[in-house]
Design a protein around this ligand. Structure first.
Ligand code: PMP
Length: 464
């Protein structure tokens, strides 16, 4: 999580944001009487207060004061096709008239699962869940049931939802010690490793015989903020197969985004289990665990009875709910049948190059980096001598990539908002297949103006 110290109260950037967004300020005042920190999601934390949005369409959205923004939040990554894609909205509207919950099987869940099975290499079988968090929870349960082993290896800084097992080595501190509210015994069964220390990972996997699974984001922590070496993916596939350790790819973000078959199709590495959600649920609530039949079969009544073993428990009121299913089928049909992923990836590459062009022209030793349809801004806290376009995050320190100075980052975000661009506060964002030349030009202009505003406030020393 970003450290979110409030930016200075005498900052012209903060003052400009306040002057522009009185409607958001008023709503935040109400929210403080309702929600902790006035918030409904931890990553929406923002000082002096978050933005309130009224509507969205395509690559854009509009706040309650009527200002338009180029959107790089992308519904927390759920919207590869942008806001309100006509096929998705049409399908959801038709389904609303037919019913939103039957408590029975329905045609859309079959079509949804068939599409997933055709698109995602590891998807021999599918079990729908209500979220990505639930999908990783179920993945770990199945891996432990299958192997009879207790431990799970995870990469510190990779995010796998907020349930107890995946809170250690992500929430609050990355060292694996139990975060507040999490039982020490639960945290003790999670073994954190660093993606920039592959030798430690190798040693751990070959030296222990109590590891049930290793879970990772295949494009790296937070869609590549801390990138992952694809060569290590291939190696881990071989190593886990030798040791009968369940390899889990968390493709909640990268699934249906990197390519129609996700990162696993792109890299040609097929894990045993894959967790999916977001785009995979059509941008509506939902998720799924997919994977090898013999693993998913721990959920099968007959197979479990025949094997004389307990069946793994799994319920969920909203599994495969018809409304999400309708949106998901429409979304996945577009992704399977068009170049939507490739277009988003191309825009991502163009945007990163353009932002680096601005940094170089302004003489600022930051870097825009990332892969596929994501971008990240490295604010170079240790003031290393880097050239923006040559910056290689794979060679950078894992924690340095996460450690952008909060004051600068907050101000950058506010300045970008004042110039009509909403990106996340880490800072960075996700692009969609409907971001185009106009959005690129506006983002570049906003970035240049924001950097100049930061310079004027003395936040940016010229390092180059
Ligand atoms: N895994 C990854 C890689 C994610 O990015 C997220 C959500 N940002 C999750 C799991 C959790 O998904 P959800 O928010 O649907 O529970």
């Amino acid at each position: 999580m970003p450290d979110t110290a409030p930016p200075g109260s005498n900052s012209p950037i903060v003052a400009a944001y306040r002057a522009r967004t009185p409607g958001s300020a008023a709503r935040y005042a109400r929210a403080l009487g309702l929600f902790p920190s006035g918030l409904t999601h931890d990553t929406r934390y923002m000082k002096p207060y978050p933005l309130y949005i009224e509507r969205a369409a395509g690559a854009r959205k509009w706040d309650v004061d009527g200002h338009g923004y180029v959107d790089y939040m992308g519904g927390h990554g759920a919207l590869l096709l942008g806001h309100g894609h006509p096929a998705v909205i049409g399908a959801a509207k038709r389904q609303l008239d037919r019913g939103t919950h039957f408590g029975n099987g329905h045609d859309l869940e079959l079509r949804w699962a068939e599409l997933v099975q055709q698109m995602v290499p590891s998807a021999e079988r599918i079990r729908f869940t209500a979220s990505g968090t639930e999908a990783t929870l179920l993945a770990l349960r199945l891996a432990r049931a299958h192997t009879g082993r207790p431990k799970v290896v995870r990469f510190a800084t990779h995010f796998h939802g907020w349930h107890d097992s995946m809170a250690a080595a992500y929430m609050n501190h990355f060292d694996g010690s139990p975060p507040i509210g999490v039982l020490p015994s639960v945290a003790a069964d999670v073994l954190p490793v660093r993606s920039d220390a592959p030798d430690d990972v190798r040693k751990l996997l070959v030296s222990r015989d109590d590891v049930a699974a290793i879970i990772l984001e295949p494009t790296g922590a937070s869609w590549g903020r801390v990138p992952f070496d694809p060569a290590l993916l291939i190696e881990l596939r071989a190593l886990t197969a030798q040791r009968s350790i369940v390899l889990i790819f968390d493709e909640v973000i990268s699934g249906f985004r990197v390519s129609p078959g996700g990162a696993q199709a792109h890299y040609g590495v097929t894990p045993d289990l894959t967790t999916l959600a977001k785009i995979g649920a059509g941008g509506l609530p939902g998720g799924m665990l997919v994977g090898k039949k013999d693993l998913i079969d721990f959920l099968d009544f007959e197979v479990s009875a025949a094997a004389k073993r307990e069946k793994v428990l799994h319920f969920g009121t909203f599994n495969a709910n018809p409304l999400s299913a309708a949106a998901a089928v429409a979304t996945l049909e577009v992704i399977a049948g068009t170049d939507a992923c490739a277009r988003a990836n191309k825009f991502g590459a163009d945007l990163r190059a353009a932002l680096n062009g601005v940094l170089e022209a302004e003489g600022i030793a930051w870097a825009a980096y990332g892969t596929f349809s994501g971008f990240h801004i490295f604010t170079n806290p240790k003031r290393r001598a880097i050239r923006p376009r040559d910056f290689d995050p794979l060679r950078a320190d894992v924690y340095e990539l996460k450690d952008n100075p909060p004051e600068v980052v907050q101000k950058l975000r506010l300045a970008m908002l004042c110039h009509g661009v909403d990106m996340n506060g880490w800072p960075g964002g996700l692009v969609s297949a409907v971001h185009g030349p106009a959005e690129l030009a506006e983002t570049v202009a906003a970035f240049r103006a924001s950097l100049r505003a930061l310079k004027e406030e003395g936040e940016l020393a010229p390092w180059m």
